[in-house]
Design a protein around this ligand. Structure first.
Ligand code: HEC
Ligand code: HEC
Ligand code: HEC
Length: 408
């Protein structure tokens, strides 16, 4: 008799757990307020990597973090908080509310209205109907544009860096900011530790010019408005120190036998022709655009000459798979009908994946049609330019890329 009762009890607990489980899952499809609807795409763009698409705290980047991203779909956790508390956590980041610095600051990137829309979406993810979010009066729709205290101009920075950039106490301060004080380590790897949202920075000093690092980290949106990297509100000193640290990370040098490519300069006019000649051997423009002209399969190269070092550009041409640009990894999809499809993933949501294939075709594939898919460690960019282009042709291309400056 006891045993029967016991079993019954277990059954009850199980079915209760099942019921609440399905109830929690069904909040996803419940209608949401227009404000929460405005927050949804922002959440998928800026937050899902850590917090997960449904807010369960299980984004692909979560495992990389020493502190677990909060479980925003957890009603108990969210219901305890005031709207203003959630707002402050998003606006000022973990550090601003005495939590982990791994939760980034978004108040330098998003408008007040966007921040409130995220609060509304977080409430929606938790299925919390008892704390409706109402926009306060006079909420600004304008994104913050510039840092409150201006940073050095690139020229002033350059002069300063040439004199002071290798100082070891400066580099140490930069490293501390990067690893402990700011959110950088939550999204970037150094020597196999850290986050996977942005590029691995173990070779930052080989890849980027110091001037570029300084410009970028001070305000990523000024160069790439849609970047997933938020503006972290660094002041001038912090930008200098972090740049000095990253510039000190050179990694391995390029292969010795490639030095001959850099030994003399090419002709940028010939390089431009090769780049865009659709009948030619290089035909880079099939996949890359420069100031709006060219294809979309690969990253745009409009300011490659400002942001990347010559050695890095050379490596990208001779051995594309050495580094896969963030956001351009190739995925391999096996459909239920047994077809293989590869391309660069441009978007993914709960129900579908968007791809651009090698030829530049845009494909929209529903997840119902997909049997398996995985990210590959190979590049969509052809790996045989080393063999089909002469040394001079590569030099011409490098010379052309070198002319592509930010201010153009
Ligand atoms: C790089 C990873 C990362 C990203 C991106 C991120 N978060 Fe977080 N978030 C965290 C971590 C880690 C915590 C836990 C902090 C703690 O408890 O110390 C957290 C905590 C939170 C909390 C709870 C704060 C509290 O008071 O307990 C909220 C709310 C939140 N995040 C919202 C967001 C929103 C909204 C976005 C996007 C705009 C976002 N997060 C983007 C990592 C991230
Ligand atoms: C929420 C995640 C996130 C945080 C936090 C973050 N980054 Fe990034 N970072 C990215 C992403 C994503 C990119 C790729 C840029 C792109 O193409 O949008 C990037 C790119 C970069 C780049 C290369 C820029 C280029 O030209 O491609 C540098 C350098 C960099 N970040 C440094 C930093 C530093 C320093 C910090 C801390 C102060 C930091 N990041 C914090 C996500 C992040
Ligand atoms: C079939 C498409 C395709 C062609 C043709 C192509 N690329 Fe690429 N390229 C890509 C893709 C995709 C990436 C990003 C993946 C990676 O990093 O390998 C890339 C990456 C790059 C990068 C690195 C960008 C960065 O900042 O991380 C450079 C530089 C580059 N390509 C230059 C060239 C040049 C020069 C040519 C012509 C000789 C060329 N590419 C031809 C597709 C192509």
């Amino acid at each position: 008799m006891r045993r029967v009762l016991f079993n019954l009890l277990i059954l009850l607990i199980l079915s209760w757990a099942w019921l609440t489980g399905t109830m929690a899952a069904s909040t996803e499809s419940e209608p949401m307020s227009p404000l929460a609807g405005q927050g949804r795409p922002l959440f998928l763009h800026y937050c899902a990597a850590c917090h997960g698409v449904s807010g369960d705290g299980d984004g692909y980047n979560a495992e990389q973090l020493d502190k677990e991203p909060a479980e925003l779909s957890n009603l108990k956790f969210i219901a305890k908080k005031k709207n203003s508390q959630i707002y402050r956590a998003i606006k000022f980041g973990g550090q601003g509310v005495k939590k982990s610095q791994l939760m980034p600051v978004f108040g330098h990137t998003l408008s007040e209205e966007e921040l409130w829309s995220l609060v509304a979406y977080v409430r929606h993810l938790a299925g919390d109907k008892d704390h409706p979010v109402v926009l306060p009066d006079k909420t600004s729709k304008i994104r913050p544009a510039t840092p409150s205290k201006p940073h050095d101009s690139v020229k002033a920075f350059s002069g300063w860096f040439a004199k002071n950039g290798k100082g070891s106490s400066l580099i140490n301060r930069g490293e501390k900011l990067f690893r402990k004080k700011k959110s950088c380590f939550a999204c970037h790897q150094l020597e196999d530790e850290g986050g996977l949202v942005g590029p691995d920075l173990s070779r930052a000093g080989f890849t980027y010019t110091p001037e570029w690092i300084f410009t970028w980290i001070g305000n990523p949106q000024s160069v790439k408005p849609k970047s997933k990297m938020p503006n972290l509100g660094l002041d001038n000193e912090e930008c200098r120190a972090i740049t000095a640290f990253l510039a000190s990370l050179k990694g391995e040098r390029i292969k010795k036998q490639w030095d001959v490519y850099l030994a003399s300069a090419g002709d940028p006019v010939k390089g431009k022709k090769l780049f865009f000649d659709s009948e030619g051997k290089a035909n880079c423009g099939k996949c890359h655009s420069v100031n709006g002209q060219g294809g979309r399969v690969g990253p745009q190269l409009s300011f490659a000459g400002t942001s990347r070092t010559k050695a890095f550009l050379l490596e990208s041409i001779l051995k594309p798979k050495a580094v896969i640009t963030t956001g351009y990894s190739s995925v391999l999809i096996l459909t239920k009908k047994g077809k293989f499809i590869t391309g660069v993933k441009t978007n993914e949501d709960d129900s579908s994946i968007d791809l651009i294939d090698k030829e530049g075709n845009v494909l929209h594939i529903s997840k119902d049609e997909i049997k398996k898919y995985k990210t590959q460690k190979i590049s969509i960019m052809p790996g045989n330019f080393k063999d089909i282009l002469s040394q001079d042709e590569v030099r011409h291309l490098l010379a052309y890329l070198g002319t592509l400056k930010l201010s153009n």
